[in-house]
Write a new protein. Structure first.
Length: 177
C-alpha cells in the first residue's frame, strides 16, 4: 500500500510539513531497510556544486552512495498562494539540479489543503501552471514582492501536475525527475 493510500485510510496523520516529512521518512525506512533515509541533509554531503537550495528534505542513499535519491516536500498552511506556488517551482528546479549532479531519481511532493492552489477565478501568471495548464516549464517569474517579474526560475524540463485527491479538503501531486 502506498504512503498516500495509508494517509487516506487514516493509518497516517499529516497536519503540517514537518509531519509529512517525518511520516514519509518513517514509511521509507520500513520500505527500504538497506538504504539510509536522512532528513534535512546538506547538499554539500553529496556535491560541492552550487544549487538553488542548501538542504534536501529527505535523502535516500545506499551505503556506497552508488544509489542516491532526493525528495523535496511542500505542505503550505497559510495562504500566500502565488509565493507558495513559486516555492513549488523552486523545489522542482532543485530536484533538476540534484539529478544533474548524479542522483538516480528525485521527486517533488506537494500536499495542499486549500482550493486556491488548484482552482480559482484568476488563471494568469503563476496560477495558470497549477490551475489551467497543469504543467510547469520554461521561465517562471517571481509573482509578488521584491523582485516581482524580474527574478525567475528556469526549468529545463516540462513537468505535468496531476492533482490527486487525498480527502475532501486536500490534494497532492508528485513530480518525479
Amino acid at each position: 500500500m502506498s504512503f498516500f493510500q495509508q494517509v487516506m485510510i487514516d493509518q497516517i496523520e499529516i497536519y503540517n510539513e514537518f509531519s509529512l516529512q517525518h511520516e514519509l521518512g518513517i514509511y521509507l525506512r520500513k520500505l527500504l531497510p538497506n538504504y539510509k533515509v536522512q532528513f534535512e541533509r546538506n547538499v554539500s554531503f553529496f556535491t560541492t556544486d552550487q544549487t538553488i537550495k542548501k538542504e534536501i528534505d529527505i535523502s535516500i542513499f545506499s551505503e556506497g552512495m552508488d544509489e542516491k535519491y532526493a525528495i523535496e516536500l511542500k505542505c503550505p498552511l497559510n495562504g500566500q498562494y502565488p509565493e507558495q506556488m513559486y516555492s513549488f517551482v523552486k523545489d522542482i528546479k532543485f530536484m533538476e539540479q540534484l539529478k544533474e549532479r548524479g542522483f538516480n531519481k528525485t521527486a517533488s511532493v506537494t500536499l495542499v489543503s486549500h482550493r486556491p492552489f488548484y482552482e480559482g477565478k484568476s488563471n494568469n501568471g503563476i496560477y495558470r501552471y497549477f490551475r489551467e495548464e497543469y504543467s510547469v516549464y520554461g521561465d517562471i517569474y517571481k509573482p509578488t514582492g521584491q523582485g516581482k517579474d524580474e527574478e525567475l526560475i528556469s526549468l529545463m524540463g516540462q513537468y505535468q501536475i496531476q492533482w490527486n485527491d487525498l480527502n475532501e479538503e486536500s490534494k497532492f501531486y508528485i513530480i518525479e525527475i
